[in-house]
Design a protein around this ligand. Structure first.
Ligand code: NIG
Ligand code: FE
Length: 417
């Protein structure tokens, strides 16, 4: 089989070569960098990785497309394992409320927040929902994300939840970025079930989840386990119903208060517990014991004007494998894994290497994709990005601009500038 693309002369080829599982503790600091590195790609798959000289010797026959990455970083495409990509409308007016001291939960309790976006999403036509979401998706690709997760959760009734999941499917089909779908019916109790969260939980478990599983519209099921939203018994019920139908599990855990979400995630065998701004020590230890991945989302406290960032440093030191995600949503309109990495370093005391591991191989593991993507190794899908910076530490160091100059998805160049 002939090679079809060589990327040569990278000042740093960040391979993340290593075990094909989430990396923990000191493993997170090892990026396996090749200086003056090169990658050979054939049929959308990485066939070789090494020094430019040896790749040219083994694969350098004429007629092959060659990309010169001199002075640049080449690395796996970012994997964004937690997004609320699909929604209608926006909530920029909440900025003023937050600046005046209203918390995220106070805005939600007043009928705004998620509930506001539920109204906008229910009112939007499928075309409008698709177009608004596609615009965000294009921007995520331009910022170097080649695989993302996307959740439902702004429909809540069966029809609109399914419409959201179908929108995700169509976006995945039509854009060169892979999207893993998650059902998040348990995002908030909808107005038609107001005051009766238990009845809404039964509705999801009996009426909605079986259809979603049968139609293969979601790979994961997620729950917003938080004081005043879904408590631990309600969250457990939804998660176990989903597990029984073969879905993987995720939990929005301990975001604003210690709600027992981290323990619950470990108990039910969730692949990840996400947020973790306020976890208990027991919750952290339970996660470390079961290798539950902690998906940290520093854009959320940033946009919520909160000082309570997850303690990434401590979680890593205690042995929880950490991934990073944007949490893109109308409260936290963050399309950039580069900005997320920068926040992780500046606000959660993660090192540049740890944050990059968290945004690639560990994020892939948080979606069950660690054997297919997340590192530059022979046999993995050729999802590769080039950044116009000389070393990887420039990713968090330079913030507020896009440093990606080329995105390759499945061996094909899909965005460049
Ligand atoms: O992950 N916390 C719950 N869900 C989202 C926010 C959704 C919204 O505010 O629209 C989150 O932060
Ligand atoms: Fe979220």
């Amino acid at each position: 089989m002939a090679d079809d693309l060589l990327i040569l002369n990278a000042s740093e080829l960040v391979t993340l070569k290593g075990p094909r599982r989430a990396r923990a503790k000191a493993e997170m600091s090892d990026l396996s960098i090749v200086q003056d590195g090169a990658v050979a790609i054939s049929d959308g798959v990485i066939v070789d990785v090494g020094k430019t000289e040896s790749i040219l010797r083994d694969h350098g026959s004429t007629g092959i497309e060659k990309i010169d990455a001199s002075g640049k970083v080449v690395m796996p495409g970012f994997v964004d394992p937690h997004t609320h990509l699909v929604y209608a409308g926006s909530r920029e007016f909440e900025l003023e409320l937050k600046a005046k001291g209203k918390s995220y939960m106070e805005i939600l309790e007043g009928g705004g927040g998620i509930l506001r976006t539920v109204r906008d999403t229910r009112d939007a036509s499928p075309q409008v929902l698709f177009r608004q979401s596609a615009k965000r998706l294009e921007s995520m690709l331009a910022h170097g994300s080649t695989t993302i997760e996307a959740k439902s959760g702004y429909g809540l009734d069966k029809d609109v939840e399914i419409r959201m999941l179908e929108t995700i499917k169509r976006l995945d089909d039509e854009y060169p970025i892979s999207i893993v779908p998650t059902y998040l019916g348990a995002h908030v109790v909808p107005p038609e079930f107001k005051g009766d969260g238990d009845a809404y939980v039964d509705f999801m478990a009996i009426e909605v989840l079986p259809d979603i599983a049968r139609r293969k519209l979601a790979e994961f099921c997620d729950v917003f386990c938080e004081k005043g939203v879904f408590d631990v018994p309600q969250s457990r019920k939804v998660l176990l119903a989903a597990k029984g139908l073969g879905l993987g599990l995720k939990v929005h855990a301990d975001e604003f208060s210690n709600s027992g979400g981290a323990q619950l995630a470990a108990e039910v065998g969730a692949i990840s517990a996400d947020h973790l701004d306020k976890p208990s020590d027991d919750g952290i230890m339970a996660m470390a014991r079961r290798d539950t991945i902690g998906v940290l989302l520093p854009g959320t406290p940033f946009s919520s004007m909160s000082k309570d960032y997850a303690d990434g440093r401590r979680l890593i030191d205690l042995g929880v494998p950490i991934a990073l995600g944007t949490d893109l949503n109308p409260n936290c309109w963050n399309e950039s894994m580069q900005f997320t990495i920068s926040l992780a370093c500046h606000k959660m005391r993660m090192t540049p290497a740890e944050a990059i591991t968290a945004a690639t191989i560990n994020a892939a593991a948080a979606l069950g994709l660690e054997k297919k993507i997340g590192s530059l190794e022979q046999g993995k899908r050729a999802d590769v990005i080039m950044l116009d910076i000389p070393t990887h530490a420039h990713i968090p160091y330079k913030f507020g601009t896009n440093q990606v100059s080329l995105v390759i998805k499945g061996g094909r160049s899909v965005w460049e500038r």
